[in-house]
Design a protein around this ligand. Structure first.
Ligand code: GLU
Length: 349
C-alpha cells in the first residue's frame, strides 16, 4: 500500500511536469511570438484611397528652395504607399516618382553605425536629445555639450556619417549606399541634379561639420563627411522603396520582401525611439501627440512612419510646412493612423 502511494505520487509529479510543459508550448510560447493582427489588404487600400482623395487638393505649404533643385519639383505630386510586415504593398497616387530621400536617409545611416559599432556609438558620440531648434541649427550645438544632439538634425547626421568605419570617402559611400540598398531590397541611385544643386550650396552644413570637428565631436575629415552626407540625402526613392525600408524596421530588422536581415532586432527599438522624439524636428511633439507613430521626414517631401511589428506608411508631397515637414504626407499618414487606430501609445478612440 505504502509503495503504491509513493509510486502514484511520483507519477503525479511527472504528470505535473508534462502539464506545465504543455502549458508552456500551448500558451506561453505562442504568446511570446504573438503578433498583432494586420488589417486586411482591402481595408488598407480603402483607407489609403480615402486619405489620397481627402488631401489631394490641399495646396498649403511650399517646396524647399534652399536647395535650388527641390524648388523645381512639381508641387502637385502626391503618393502614398503602405508595406506590411508580410510584404503586401498598397500604392495610391504618384508612387513611381523618384524623389530625394533627404533626411529620411538619416535613419538608415544610424542603423548602419549601430550594426557596425553598437548602439552606444550613437548614444555616446552623437547623443539622442531633441533640440527644439531647426534641423540645421548651429545654436543647438553651442548650447548643448558640444555633441551634435541627435542623429536626425544635420549636425548629428553628419557626425553619424563620420562614425561609419571607412578609410576614405569611397568606402564610406559604398557602405552607406550598400546599407540603403539592403533596406530597400533594390539598387538605389543618386539623383544627380539634386546632388549637384545641394553640393554647390551646402556652406552651412560644411560650417556645421567644422564646428563639430573643432570640438572633437566629428570623427572623420569634415569636408569628406559633408560630401558623403550630401550624397546620401540625394538618393532617389519611390514611395514603395522608402516604404520597404520602413517596413524592414517594422519587421524587426528583416526586409519583408527579400527576407534579408538588415539590422539586429535589438537595435530596432532604439531607432524607433529616436524617430519618435526627433523625426519631425521641432514638430516632433505635435506629431507624437497627433499621430502617435515613429516617423522621419525629409525636405524632399517624403515622410516614412513605422507601425512597430506591423507596417510602414510613406507619404510623399513636396510642399512643406514652416518646420520643414511635408504637409500632405503628414496629413495622409495621420489620417490612416487614426482610421486604423495605430497610435503606439494606445487607442486614441
Ligand atoms: N539635405 C538636407 C540638408 O542638409 C536635408 C534636410 C532635411 O531633409 O531635413 O539641409
Amino acid at each position: 500500500m505504502k509503495n503504491t502511494m509513493l509510486k502514484s505520487r511520483r507519477i503525479d509529479r511527472t504528470q505535473w511536469g508534462g502539464v506545465l510543459l504543455s502549458f508552456f508550448f500551448a500558451v506561453q510560447l505562442p504568446a511570446a511570438f504573438a503578433q498583432t493582427a494586420l488589417p486586411s489588404v482591402e481595408t488598407l487600400e480603402k483607407v489609403a484611397q480615402e486619405a489620397y482623395a481627402k488631401f489631394k487638393t490641399d495646396q498649403s505649404g511650399k517646396n524647399a528652395d534652399y536647395i535650388p533643385a527641390l524648388a523645381k519639383v512639381s508641387s502637385n505630386l502626391f503618393g502614398i504607399t503602405i508595406v506590411t510586415r508580410e510584404g503586401k504593398i498598397i500604392n495610391v497616387g504618384d508612387v513611381d516618382y523618384s524623389f530625394s530621400i533627404q533626411s529620411c536617409s538619416k535613419v538608415f545611416t544610424m542603423c548602419l553605425v549601430m550594426q557596425e559599432s553598437g548602439d552606444k556609438a550613437i548614444y555616446e558620440k552623437v547623443n539622442v536629445e531633441p533640440t527644439g531648434e531647426a534641423f540645421n541649427s548651429i545654436r543647438a550645438i553651442e548650447e548643448g555639450d558640444g555633441r551634435a544632439d541627435n542623429p536626425f538634425v544635420n549636425p548629428g547626421a553628419i557626425a553619424t556619417v563620420s562614425l561609419v568605419k571607412a578609410a576614405n570617402a569611397q568606402e564610406r559611400w559604398d557602405k552607406i549606399i550598400g546599407c540603403y540598398n539592403q533596406f530597400a531590397g533594390e539598387k538605389l541611385t543618386v539623383l544627380d541634379e539634386i546632388y549637384k544643386s545641394e553640393a554647390a550650396t551646402n556652406y552651412r552644413n560644411r560650417g556645421i561639420a567644422h564646428i563639430l570637428f573643432n570640438s572633437g565631436h566629428l570623427y572623420a575629415e569634415p569636408l569628406e563627411c559633408t560630401d558623403v552626407y550630401t550624397k546620401q540625402c540625394s538618393v532617389g526613392v519611390t514611395c514603395k522603396q522608402l516604404a520597404v525600408m520602413g517596413a524592414t524596421l517594422a519587421n524587426h530588422g528583416v526586409n519583408p520582401i527579400t527576407k534579408e536581415r538588415c539590422l539586429d532586432s535589438k537595435y530596432v527599438p532604439r531607432v524607433l525611439s529616436v524617430m519618435t522624439m526627433d523625426g519631425f524636428y521641432d514638430g516632433s511633439g505635435a506629431w507624437a501627440w497627433n499621430a502617435g507613430l515613429p516617423a522621419k521626414t525629409g525636405v524632399g517631401g517624403g515622410v516614412v512612419a513605422v507601425v512597430p511589428g506591423q507596417m510602414a506608411i510613406v507619404g510623399f508631397a513636396p510642399p512643406l510646412d514652416k518646420l520643414g515637414n511635408s504637409v500632405r504626407a503628414q496629413e495622409a499618414i495621420r489620417f490612416i493612423a487614426e482610421q486604423l487606430d495605430l497610435n503606439i501609445f494606445g487607442s486614441a478612440r
